[in-house]
Design a protein around this ligand. Structure first.
Ligand SMILES: [Zn+2]
Length: 281
């Protein structure tokens, strides 16, 4: 368990717009647009949310978002507004060199993009030079040998420099990273997608990644078009939702622009789920 004085700070790394159809898969627009309003290009506002955890002399970051290595054309395409980590961390009295450990749920561009950045000479370097980066072994292999569909979702310059610097920690399956810090393999979005659980005397916190990306995805079967194994997403959510309600934990959504932190509660009908916005006290 982590000490009770452990602090949790959600950081909105970026906002951007993703295609609404891709965010809601088989769900008809007439249904999902009641929850999320699309723009004139059918895109919906999305965030990439990181979680900073300060505990026992260690600084941990879960998920690092899009990062800043994007061309003007790509910035326009996604309407991307990304905040460099130097800016995100400075209100906490930290620099990117102060981060000891990073855990990513998977290596897609919008989750691992921030691992590296361009230096003054336009060369790619680690954003967090002192951080060990925890990745599932299977995800690492998939990212380095992407299938046709996954090819646009991975960019080697996001993660190869971490390997080259000797800071990559590959793990296999669900396991403890530190006392009170666990990764839990969910699969689904990618075969080796993982979520992260923190346990302190005061809080249990789940970082949900793309397993349940936002408060608009609280139905187990509302999977994304981006999900590679949708039935596995449904199975993982069906296990998770009752547990999140029963344990009354705090959850952090990877992509919710308005409510990154919440508690999951039962919905009005049986087997439905809702949320209450929450704060870390
Ligand atoms: Zn993804």
């Amino acid at each position: 368990m982590l000490p009770s004085e452990t602090q949790f700070h959600p950081l909105q790394e970026s906002t951007l717009r993703f295609d609404g159809g891709a965010m809601f898969g088989h769900v008809p627009k007439t249904v999902w647009q009641k929850l999320v309003e699309p723009d004139h290009n059918n895109r919906v506002l999305t965030a990439c949310n990181s979680l900073l955890v300060r505990t026992a002399g260690k600084n941990i970051v879960v998920e690092v978002g899009m990062g800043t290595k994007w061309s003007d054309k790509e910035v326009e395409l996604y309407e991307l507004k990304s905040n460099p980590y130097s800016q995100l961390l400075s209100p906490h009295g930290l620099t990117t060199s102060d981060i000891d450990l990073i855990i990513v749920t998977h290596l897609h561009i919008d989750h691992a993009g921030g691992l590296t950045r361009f230096n003054g000479q336009q060369k790619v370097e680690s954003t967090f030079p002192n951080a060990t980066v925890v990745v599932q072994q299977g995800e690492w292999e998939a990212a380095n040998n992407p299938d046709l569909r996954s090819r646009p979702s991975y960019r080697a310059h996001d993660f190869l420099p971490i390997h080259e610097s000797g800071k990559l920690q590959l793990v296999q399956g669900s396991r403890q990273i530190l006392p009170g810090v666990e990764v839990i393999l969910t699969g689904g979005h990618t075969q080796w997608h993982q979520i992260v659980k923190f346990t302190t005397a005061r809080h249990t916190v789940y970082y949900l990644g793309d397993c349940i990306p936002s408060t608009a995805h609280l139905k187990p079967h509302w999977v994304m078009g981006y999900d590679l194994y949708p039935m596995d997403v449904i199975r993982a959510r069906s296990r998770l939702f009752p547990l999140l309600v029963r344990e009354n934990v705090i959850v952090v959504f990877g992509h919710d622009p308005a409510n990154p932190v919440a508690r999951i509660v039962e919905g009005k009908k049986p087997n439905t789920f809702d949320f209450l916005p929450a704060k870390f006290s």
